[in-house]
Design a protein around this ligand. Structure first.
Ligand code: HEM
Length: 506
């Protein structure tokens, strides 16, 4: 019988293609095997919890991650390797000396989770590296000077009062239940929009009215969804998914909105200069970024402005909202500390009708409670770096360049080697006499070193203003039916929100 045309004509190319693909697969398998061997060798001096050959520690840490982390911190001093599948591992660290060694350097940010943030914010301070980060940090630091921040206090008071008016309207009798994070998140976004662009969006009353506010809130949700969905970590899969499409649309909204605000402001500054007028009472972040651009036109493009302004909004509102919400929850669980803060605030502000910058410095007990809440529930539970060069820790153990290191701020703040009874809310840990002897890298809610949080003063002012006004008007207790369920993403959240009962203080 004669061979078919397929056998004669196509047999050889098909055979060659098959061999080629097989060789590729084999090569990839060898590469992955060598990568695993390399990681095993590099991490051999760090004892690890038992690992599954395929899932690594993912399944083990999937449920109750924070509680399990606490167990591991106690069992493995200083550090442990965490395997994410068979070919990827991070070294988790939670010891102050280890933290100091890492944070004194300027290694690059790890790809995860910045790769999901970058398409949304562009390349701003949070995810820039190398000389460009250094240049931006240097140019933008004066924008966070106390003299610039002081006038923002009034803006913050207005936004907190808007939230409190909303809460008062929700009161059915003297009590009401609220999911605090949602309200506080809108309030911090309102503050940032006023301080960043002088935009009064009324977003606390009608969050769906403003396309930009809607886009920011939804983009945040999509970024969190993507972080938790392993398949959608891949750009191609994500871009073709419904969430990916929606992300593109929202990104366009964000881009056009900021673009228009920047162009309008440039024009109005030009008009002010020609007519010699100045309409606003304070310098907002956009003024500062534009003045940086005016003096450094070659090194600060319009795209840089766009990225920095969006970074400021996205890095600033969810973190601060988390800080305020968890603090309220801690005070709800600890009524004696709540009452002590209220008495202190009453003593300083009386009825709270006027609250100024100078008052904030007097709130010493409230500040200790804020710090203790930031210790127990750090809004950013971990940060990560990819080592640019080899690193040696003070105990002599080292890591090669290229290794990913995660500083678990949660682990550090719950480390029983540093904090006695770490789960107990005890603000007196932060009294001057109790803080004196503590390692400077034991408490790092805002990180430390050259890449610490540029917005930390700004955040602390907001937390203090919000706390003072909330505690003067409301007593907070936890909702016994809906305790928070911790969820570790790039920001510490509760899967079911943070539910509180509010009681109006007559
Ligand atoms: C309670 C509130 C906040 C907390 C707990 C917090 C925490 C942090 C932490 C831990 C980092 C280090 C991130 C890393 O190394 O990967 C950081 C960086 C940063 N934060 Fe905050 N932050 C807060 C509020 C804010 C606010 C209000 C702003 C802006 C107005 C802001 C802007 C930034 C920026 C731009 C960076 C990057 C700095 C750099 O790398 O040079 N943060 N923040």
């Amino acid at each position: 019988m004669e061979p078919s045309w397929l056998e004669t004509r196509w047999a050889r190319p098909i055979y060659l293609a098959f061999v080629f693909c097989l060789a590729l697969v084999l090569l990839q398998a060898i590469k992955l095997y060598l990568r695993r061997q390399r990681l095993l060798q590099d991490l051999c001096c760090y004892p690890a919890p038992p690992t599954h050959w395929l899932y690594g520690h993912q399944k083990f840490l999937q449920e109750d991650e924070m509680e399990k982390l606490e167990e591991l911190v106690e069992k493995y001093p200083c550090a442990f390797p965490r395997w994410v599948g068979p070919f990827q591992a991070f070294l988790y660290i939670y010891d102050p000396d280890y933290a100091k060694t890492l944070l004194s350097r300027t290694d690059s940010k790890s790809q995860f989770p910045n790769q999901f943030l970058s398409p949304c914010t562009g390349k701003g301070l949070l995810n820039l590296d190398g000389p460009k980060w250094f240049q931006h940090r240097h140019l933008l630091t004066p924008g966070f000077h106390l003299n610039i921040l002081k006038p923002y206090t009034e803006v913050m008071v207005q936004s907190v009062n808007t939230m409190l008016d909303k809460w008062e309207k929700m009161l059915i009798t003297q009590h009401t239940n609220v999911e605090a994070f949602e309200h506080i998140n809108l309030m911090t976004l309102d503050i940032l929009l006023k301080c960043a662009f002088s935009q009064k969006t009324n977003c606390q009353i009608n969050s769906t009215n403003d396309p930009y506010v809607k886009a920011v809130l939804e983009l945040n949700k999509i970024i969190f969804y993507r972080m938790n969905s392993f398949l959608e970590h891949h750009d191609i899969i994500f871009n073709f998914s419904p969430e990916g499409h929606h992300f593109q649309e929202l990104h366009q909204v964000l881009h056009h909105y900021t673009e228009k605000i920047v162009q309008d402001r440039k024009k109005s500054l030009q008009d002010d200069r020609t007519q010699n007028t100045q309409k606003r009472t304070y310098q907002d972040f956009l003024d500062i970024v534009l003045s940086v651009q005016a003096e450094n036109a070659d090194s600060f493009s319009d795209n840089d402005i766009w990225s920095e302004v969006n970074t400021f909004i996205l890095a600033g509102h969810g973190t601060t909202a988390g800080g305020i919400s968890w603090l309220l929850y801690c005070l709800a669980l600890n009524p004696e500390h709540q009452q002590r803060c209220r008495e202190e605030i009453r003593g300083i502000l009386r009825d709270g009708s006027s609250i100024t910058w100078n008052h904030l410095g007097e709130m010493s007990y409230t500040t200790m409670c804020i710090k203790e809440a930031l210790r127990l529930s750090p809004p950013i539970p971990s940060i990560s770096r990819e080592l640019n060069k080899p690193l040696t820790f003070p105990d002599g153990r080292s890591l090669p360049a290229g290794m990913n290191v995660v500083l678990s701020i949660w682990g550090l703040h719950h480390n029983p080697a540093i904090w006695e009874n770490p789960k107990v809310f005890d603000p007196l840990r932060f009294s001057p006499e109790n803080s004196d002897q503590r390692h400077p890298y034991a408490f790092l809610p805002f990180s430390a070193g050259p890449r610490d949080c540029i917005g930390q003063q700004f955040a602390m002012i907001q937390v203090k203003v919000a706390m003072a006004l909330i505690l003067l008007h409301f007593e907070v207790t936890p909702d016994p039916n809906r305790p928070p369920i911790l969820s570790s993403q790039s920001v510490l959240k509760s899967k079911n929100g943070i539910h509180l009962c509010l009681k109006k203080i007559p």
